[in-house]
Design a protein around this ligand. Structure first.
Ligand code: PLP
Length: 410
């Protein structure tokens, strides 16, 4: 590598620390499009191997459907390769606006606004709504983009225990008390993932609504892993529970929708406010109109094919049941994410590597992403996995978990 002593001063210590504590990351290289089976480049010997992909966020497997690819290609021909400007200058094109109308309709809200990523949606929304002196109540397992949004907002962050409504209420009362003592007006927002990305469990929306609104707080949920997955037709938590909506619903178009971009859906006033205040919306070039068109077409496809959402649900039930039949202690996941907790960090890594040798890609997730001793394989399912693939994966997984001394590949 090229020598640069100034860069070294900024990078060396961090890189060697990550290498030492095994948190240094490398990237897998895929040689085929995202689908239920992929070609993975083996970084050790440079060969290609077919893998059953049990690790994708493309839950409905829409990324490689010929008619949807063709629709995106047509949009490129019609709209070109880039937007050329920010949404508030010259970048706002018809596909951006049509996409927002469709998201609002799909989510059953008055209006929607899109961002370039879900990360930017969370960061921009929280920092626009909340500021110094405000309180944000955040589930301890929330996604990094929520945490970063809270930090950027400079509001006071009170973290409550995962999905624990009594602890949330305790935190709100504590904040109200502190605000009361200082004579300041209390403004608070509760924010939570809808589907927790490492455990696959759901936020309790009816209870969150009760607690948040009972204390005059806003409620914001992030439906990144819920949109297209949760509820009979994939509309998310409100459809699943048959309850009211959060005040602010964030989501991404990069997972089940299989395009790119983040969104917020809610009241027309909220969206108008974000258009004028969310810095990650204002100070960035609009995404390529063809990407917006792809998200729009894919979302319409989900709307027209609710059976695909149900197919995914059926696959999750079948896979969890198959794991249990193989003797593994796995609950039926309410989402598309199925964690198989191994505990030991090294064992989880070895099982994941051995699975890959046998053509099954399920990543191991370790500390610091999850708590120490909670290392796990994090499987995520697609609507198109076959029963044979799922049975094979469940059987192989159980066999490897029960093998005492897996030898790591050299
Ligand atoms: C819960 C959650 N929110 C937000 C994001 C960010 O979405 P995006 O990938 O569109 O930036 C992710 C994952 O990437 C996520 O898991």
């Amino acid at each position: 590598m090229k020598m640069n002593p100034v860069i070294d001063k900024f990078t060396d210590a961090a890189l060697s620390e990550m290498r030492q504590n095994h948190t240094y990351r490398t990237m897998r290289l895929m040689e085929s499009p995202e689908a239920s089976r992929v070609l993975l480049r083996d970084t050790k010997d440079g060969t290609s191997r077919e893998q059953i992909l049990l690790a994708s966020n493309s839950y409905l497997d829409l990324a490689n459907i010929p008619e949807l690819k063709q629709a995106m290609a047509n949009a490129v021909l019609e709209w070109g390769t880039g937007s050329g400007g920010a949404r508030l200058t010259t970048g706002n094109k018809i596909p951006h606006v049509e996409l927002e109308t469709e998201i609002a309709r799909f989510k059953g809200e008055e209006a929607a606004i899109t961002f370039n990523t879900g990360y930017m949606a969370n960061v921009g929304t929280i920092s626009a709504l909340c500021g110094k002196g405000d309180y944000v109540f955040s589930d301890e397992l929330n996604h990094a983009s929520i945490i970063d949004g809270i930090r950027l907002s400079r509001s006071k962050c009170l973290v409550y225990k995962h999905n624990d409504m009594a602890d949330l209420e305790r935190a709100i009362l504590e904040a109200k008390d502190a605000a009361g003592k200082s004579g300041a007006e209390f403004r608070g927002m509760v924010v939570t993932d809808a589907v927790f990305s490492m455990d696959g469990d759901l936020a309790d929306l009816p209870e969150l609504l009760r607690v948040a609104h009972g204390h005059d707080c806003l409620l914001m949920i992030d439906e990144a892993h819920a949109t297209g997955v949760i509820g009979k037709t994939g509309r998310g938590l409100a459809e699943h529970y048959g309850c009211g909506h959060a005040d602010v619903t964030v989501g991404t178009l990069s997972k089940a929708v299989a395009a790119e971009g983040g969104f917020v859906a809610g009241s027309a006033k909220l969206i108008d406010f974000l258009r004028n205040k969310a810095r990650s919306f204002i100070f960035t070039t609009a995404k390529a109109p063809a990407v917006a068109a792809a998200a729009l077409n894919n979302l319409k496809f989900i709307d027209d094919h609710p059976e695909r959402v149900q197919q995914l649900r059926g696959n999750v039930d079948f896979f969890c049941e198959s794991l249990r039949c193989e003797g593994l202690d796995v609950a039926t996941s309410p989402s598309a994410i199925v964690p198989i907790v191994i505990g030991d960090e090294a064992k989880a890594m070895q099982v994941s590597e051995a699975l890959q040798e046998r053509g099954i890609l399920i990543p191991a997730i370790r500390y610091p992403t999850v708590a120490k001793g909670q290392a796990r394989l994090r499987a995520s399912l697609m609507a198109t996995h076959t029963k044979e693939e799922l049975l094979f994966a469940a059987h192989t997984l159980a066999e490897l978990c029960n093998t005492p001394n897996l030898v790591p590949r050299t």
